[in-house]
Design a protein around this ligand. Structure first.
Ligand code: KG4
Ligand code: ZN
Length: 334
């Protein structure tokens, strides 16, 4: 079985090949960061147009570098949603047309499910059931994963996602898009305790999150500062990251205690955050196994789509030839 994975849910055009015997054979990615950077965020129409330009050449180059041809493919997995509708339509139209021309099946994959399975591309993998903290640009979820497609949402954000809060706070501080890595970098120069930001919903008694008030708190702190220099920005970045990381860790620990989980998966763009990784390890303790994707597979990529497609093809899943993307698609509805 040789699966081509295609990811176009947002601002990354990405493809990968996954083989049932040999694992991940290769992956290619074109980032649209420089395209959207002048606007401080993703412009959906520009994203769609760029996916159209990039997808075919990227796939061609993936096949060439892995010494394969279109005829070798046995299935195509593409991101069906959630994401930007126009961007999803580009990937799914390409996937479905290619599959039709090759007379092989295509399968639409849930974007968050593919993030969830990204750690399975590493040497040591989690065992079911596991607990997952999914922290991406669009979502913040705590999920109990009993098996493929067996998801129970334990907690989620009631407003902004963690990644969104990073991006909005960064924009407000005049940092470039995407803000997560920029805040993380600047935070290393900030002084611990210089500002103390509230830790949202820490004692809410449930496993939900809220990050939009934190972003407003960061804005108000910045507006009140008499000196608006780089050092002040770094202190704010530090306090902001501290509040997000502490909240994510606190709720994950609660969920671990609640579910008696021994394996914890942390995935999605924000899982690349080094402070989160270091502190999560210290808080959960050595008896809990924590699994992350490698840094390049924390953010959007084709490898996780190809792998999740492989799992679903193995499970016998099929779909018809119609193109049906879902911009909004709760993971509980897969
Ligand atoms: O999973 P992802 O690529 O896209 C979605 O599916 O939404 O996540 C992107 C998000 C962005 O908000 C970005 O700022 C954040 O992940 N991110 C980070 C870091 N790297 C990426 N946030 C905090 N620290 C990082 N090192
Ligand atoms: Zn994503």
């Amino acid at each position: 079985m040789l699966i081509l994975g295609i990811e176009t849910s947002c601002d990354e055009t990405a493809v990968a090949l996954y083989h049932d015997q040999h694992g991940l054979l290769g992956h290619c990615l074109h980032s649209q960061i420089s395209l959207h950077q002048p606007y401080g965020g993703v412009i959906p129409e520009l994203a769609s147009r760029d996916h159209i330009r990039r997808l075919a050449p990227l796939t061609q180059s993936l096949l060439e570098t892995t010494h394969h041809t279109y005829a070798d493919l046995t299935g195509i997995a593409y991101t069906r949603g959630p994401g930007l509708l126009g961007a999803l339509l580009v990937g799914s139209s390409f996937a479905k047309s290619l599959a039709f021309s090759l007379n092989i099946p295509a399968l639409g994959i849930h974007h968050l499910e593919s993030h969830l399975f990204a750690p399975f591309l590493e040497d040591t993998v989690p065992r079911f059931p596991f607990l997952a903290l999914l922290v991406s640009g669009g979502h913040t979820l705590l999920i109990h994963v009993a098996g493929l497609g067996q998801y129970t949402i334990l907690g989620e954000t009631v407003d902004d996602s963690a990644g969104e809060a990073f991006d909005k706070t960064a924009k407000m501080l005049g940092l470039s898009y995407p803000g997560g890595p920029q805040i993380a970098k600047l935070a290393t120069q900030g002084q611990a305790g210089y500002f103390n930001f509230p830790k949202p919903m820490l004692h809410s008694g449930n496993l939900n999150f809220s990050f939009s008030g934190l972003k407003t708190h960061a804005l108000q702190t910045w507006q009140k500062c008499a000196i608006k220099d780089n050092a002040t920005k770094a202190h704010i970045a530090h306090a902001f990251q501290e509040a997000v990381v502490a909240t994510l860790i606190h709720k994950t620990k609660l969920a671990v205690d609640h579910t008696d989980a021994t394996d914890v998966v942390i995935a999605g763009g924000v899982s690349a955050n080094q402070e989160l990784r270091t502190r999560m390890r210290a808080t959960l303790g050595s008896h809990i196994n924590i699994f992350y994707p490698r840094p390049e597979f924390c953010t959007d990529n084709g490898a996780m789509v190809a792998y999740t497609g492989y799992l679903r093809f193995c499970a016998g899943q099929t779909e018809d030839r119609a193109i049906q993307c879902r911009a909004r698609w709760p993971i509980s509805e897969i």
